[in-house]
Design a protein around this ligand. Structure first.
Ligand SMILES: [Zn+2]
Length: 298
C-alpha cells in the first residue's frame, strides 16, 4: 500500500476518533485533549483492582436531556508506546463477565483497528451487549508499528512474542525479557486489571487464503461460534513462543482467539469491515449466547 494511503487512513481514523471520544465523554469538549498528560502510573491500581484511575474516568455530560450521559463508558490510557503514543482502552459496562478485544499488535496487520473503532461506535447503542458484562476494547496496541507499517514496535520487537509464557525465547526479535516493551506491558495491564473471561486479538495473515479463527486455551467453542458469522474457518496454528495466545491461553488458561482476517481486508473502510466481520465480534461478546440482531448495516 502506498505510504500516502496509510497516512490518509491514519488521518481518517484520527478524525473519526474526535467525535467518537467526544460522544463517549458525554461531549465534554476537553475530554479528548491532553492524552499525553494522563498518568499511566500503575502504583495506584493493584493488579486485581479493576477500577479505573480517577483521572482516567470520562466526564459525564451534565445535560439532562440525554439519558445515556451517565453510562459507564470510559476511556483509559493503559500505557505509552516507545514513541510516546497512547495505548487506549475503551470500556463499556462494569459487569463480571469480561471480554477483551484488541487489534494491531502487529503494526502492519492493521485492518482490526478501524473494525474495533466501529465496534466501539456500535456499542454506544447496544447496551444489551454490555448488560452484566464489561467489554474492553484496545483498538490500536502497536501505534508506532502501524505508523511505520512494521510488524514489530520501533525497537524491532515482535510484541506477540514478548509475553511471559512458559515458551518465551529471548532474542532481539522477541525482546530480551518478557514484557520488555511498553506496548506489551499495556496489554498485560489490561489482563491484570480487568481479568477477562475471553480475549480476541485481531491479526491478518501474511498469505492470501490463510485467514482463520485460531485459538489457544479452552476456546474451541468460542472459535466455532465466531466462525459461524463469516467465511473464516477454525484452524489451530499452534502456540508460538511468548505469544499472547501462549501466555493468556496456555499459561493463564483464558480462552483466547487469534482472529486472522483475510489479507485483503487491509485498507477496507470501517463500514465494509463491520459488514463483513462485525458479527464475529458481537458473537464473541455475547458468547455463549448468539447476538440478537445482525451487525451488518446494509
Ligand atoms: Zn499477526
Amino acid at each position: 500500500m502506498p505510504k500516502s494511503t496509510n497516512v490518509n487512513n491514519r488521518l481518517s481514523q484520527l478524525l473519526w476518533c474526535v467525535p467518537a471520544l467526544a460522544l463517549l465523554a458525554g461531549c465534554d469538549p476537553d475530554a479528548g485533549k491532553g492524552n499525553r498528560t494522563i498518568s499511566t502510573d500503575t502504583s495506584r491500581t493493584t493488579p486485581t483492582d479493576p477500577r479505573p484511575l480517577n483521572n482516567d474516568r470520562m466526564t459525564p455530560s451534565k445535560s439532562t436531556d440525554t439519558p445515556r450521559s451517565a453510562v459507564a463508558q470510559q476511556k483509559r490510557i493503559l500505557g505509552l508506546s516507545v514513541n510516546g503514543e497512547p495505548i487506549e482502552a475503551l470500556i463499556y459496562g462494569d459487569g463480571p463477565d469480561c471480554v477483551l478485544i484488541l487489534a494491531t499488535i502487529h503494526g502492519d496487520e492493521d485492518a482490526g483497528t478501524p473494525l474495533v473503532w466501529e465496534l466501539s461506535k456500535q456499542l454506544i447503542d447496544r447496551r444489551d451487549l454490555w448488560a452484566g458484562r464489561r467489554v474492553v476494547l484496545m483498538p490500536l496496541t502497536n501505534p508506532d508499528g502501524m505508523a511505520a507499517q512494521t510488524r514489530g514496535n520501533v525497537n524491532g520487537v515482535d510484541l506477540n512474542r514478548n509475553y511471559p509464557a512458559r515458551n518465551f525465547q529471548p532474542s532481539a526479535k522477541h525482546g530480551p525479557a518478557p514484557l520488555s516493551e511498553p506496548e506489551s506491558m499495556a496489554i498485560d495491564r489490561a489482563l491484570r486489571e480487568y481479568r477477562p473471561n475471553r480475549i480476541v486479538s485481531i491479526h491478518q495473515p501474511l498469505r492470501y487464503g490463510s485467514e482463520c479463527v485460531d485459538y489457544d486455551g479452552p476456546a474451541e467453542d468460542l472459535a466455532i461460534a465466531m466462525s459461524r458469522h463469516a467465511p473464516i474457518p477454525v484452524k489451530r496454528i499452534g502456540s508460538r513462543p511468548g505469544s499472547l495466545g501462549s501466555y493468556a491461553g496456555v499459561t493463564l488458561g483464558i480462552p483466547i482467539i487469534t482472529l486472522e482476517l483475510p489479507k485483503d481486508a487491509k485498507g477496507l473502510d470501517a463500514a465494509t469491515l463491520w459488514d463483513d466481520y462485525g458479527q464475529m465480534l458481537l458473537a464473541a461478546i455475547s458468547f455463549p449466547e448468539s447476538p440478537v440482531v445482525n451487525a451488518g448495516s446494509r
